[in-house]
Design a protein. Structure first.
Lengths: 177, 303
């Protein structure tokens, strides 16, 4: 865990390189691929929304690259892939992106594990929007396991952060130390 | 006196504010939601995006396929031999019915020709593989790897080796969406094989067993009865196994008995499925009776 903390952005002397747009797109594509991966029904219960996690991460870390508009477009793609009503994921992701932009300064001040708690709230908000649209459309209420996915997503947050920040870390020049 | 421009110089120009963007995209989302649920205007857009998504959907299959391939490679000789023996045994037990089937089909066709009735056997069969199941916990849907190019049409029945698993509801060029019989919005016209009682089986959504509604308490039905498609809807060919009655509750206070059923087919397990062609072209419906406000009956067919 200590290692995790040392890798987090809170280390003051380290300034991250700017994220590359193609890398952001690649991670969004990976999130989509993870969402579409076939799983058995037991694992499906635990499955977080990887795409929402990726959007949230980039909206918090690089709000100038990706915002409400791109999140909305990605949501449309997810609607088609998931065969849900058009606009359902789009609406949820757009609100998620906005909330991320609103809270990003607060979230970034905390160490990773406390960030995860705040991310859990945002992901639950996203899931609640999807639920709201479905219930208005006449779907029955899901079982309580519905909230497990977003919570698992929040637990993945520190790992996602470390993983996605890897290409942005400045390389030590050989002369240093 | 000169006026200073009120607007700040565009050093930090970032377009409309986040709130404005959120309002804009939120409104579009709501419009889309409305247009899609009420009128289904957007099927063309969906088709185009589905084609774009297809490579991703195939790429997702690769790791699983690779694992399965490697797993196949290391299957032991003994497993193969025992599998082979079991399959031979199965073939042998099914042989009489298969052999008599040809005879029966011919006889049936002759009798129907004599009676001037139309044939009702499925015309085409397309074998397909399940790509993935929907991630959505609310709906029970599958995606299969055959689409319009392979001749799949909306409304066709989908079965596996044991019985009915669902119905094609959307067709894309290279894949199709199948709504399972356990979906909340899906209904199958069935009859009880033992007693011939007709009914309609409604899906109940994830994790709940489908049920027969509006069964009066004195109906001849009991747990363990097999339900087969009745074929009166023009969608499902008659006689396909659908479900087994799991429980029948007859409460004195209720007008109808509560009947739950357990699907026979591997609705959530099958990976190989068959898509059956339409049994016959649906005939033109007779004109509606004069009164317009009569309640419409469910037809077991999604709009």
């Amino acid at each position: 865990m200590a290692d995790m903390h040392s890798l987090a952005r809170s280390r003051p002397e380290e300034i991250l390189l700017p994220a590359k747009p193609w890398f952001v797109m690649l991670t969004l594509l990976l999130g989509l691929v993870c969402n579409l991966t076939p799983m058995s029904s037991d694992a499906l219960m635990l499955k977080p929304d990887f795409l929402a996690l990726a959007i949230l991460y980039w909206c918090i870390q690089e709000p100038r690259l990706i915002g409400v508009g791109i999140a909305w477009c990605v949501g449309l793609v997810m609607d088609v892939a998931d065969a849900t009503v058009f606009g359902q994921h789009a609406l949820a992701y757009a609100v998620l992106a906005y909330a991320a932009e609103y809270f990003r300064r607060r979230v970034l001040r905390f160490p990773l594990w406390q960030q995860a708690a705040q991310v859990a709230v945002l992901l639950l908000l996203c899931a609640a929007l999807v639920l709201l649209v479905r219930v208005v459309g006449g779907a029955p209420m899901p079982r309580w396991t519905y909230v497990v996915g977003p919570l698992v997503g929040a637990l993945l947050w520190p790992f996602v952060t470390v993983l996605l920040q890897w290409p942005q870390r400045p390389r030590r020049s050989s002369g240093e130390r | 006196m000169r006026h200073i421009s009120v607007d700040p110089p565009p050093f930090f120009h970032r377009g409309p504010s986040p709130v404005a963007r959120l309002a804009f995209f939120g409104l579009i989302s709501l419009a889309l939601l409305f247009a899609d649920t009420r009128y289904r205007y957007l099927e063309n857009l969906r088709q185009v995006m589905a084609v774009v998504l297809y490579p991703v959907q195939r790429a997702v299959q690769l790791p699983g396929d690779a694992l399965a391939y490697i797993g196949d490679y290391f299957v032991s000789q003994r497993t193969l031999a025992s599998d082979n023996a079991a399959l031979r045994q199965q073939l042998l037990t099914q042989a009489p019915s298969v052999q008599s089937q040809l005879l029966l089909v011919e006889e049936n066709a002759n009798l129907r020709a004599l009676l001037k009735m139309e044939g009702r056997l499925a015309t085409t069969i397309v074998a397909a593989q399940v790509l993935y199941s929907g991630r959505d916990p609310f709906s029970q849907k599958l995606f299969v790897d055959k689409g319009e190019v392979a001749g799949v049409q909306p409304g066709q029945a989908v079965i596996d080796m044991f019985g009915v698993i669902g119905q094609v509801t959307r067709v894309f060029p290279y894949m199709a969406e199948v709504t399972l019989i356990t979906d909340k919005d899906h209904a199958v016209p069935v009859k009880v094989e033992r007693s011939g009682v007709r009914s309609v089986m409604y899906g109940a959504g994830t994790g709940r067993l489908p049920e027969l509604r509006f069964i009066s308490p004195n109906t001849e039905i009991q747990p363990g009865d097999r339900l087969v498609t009745s074929g009166i809807d023009g969608t499902y060919p008659a006689g396909l196994a659908v479900a087994e009655v799991a429980s029948v509750e007859r409460e004195t206070g209720q007008i109808f008995a509560r009947v739950t059923c357990k699907p026979i087919a591997g609705v959530e397990r099958s990976t190989q499925v068959l898509i059956l062609g339409h049994p016959l072209a649906p005939q033109a419906r007779p004109d509606e009776p004069a009164e317009k406000d009569a309640p419409r009956k469910g037809r077991g067919r999604r709009r």
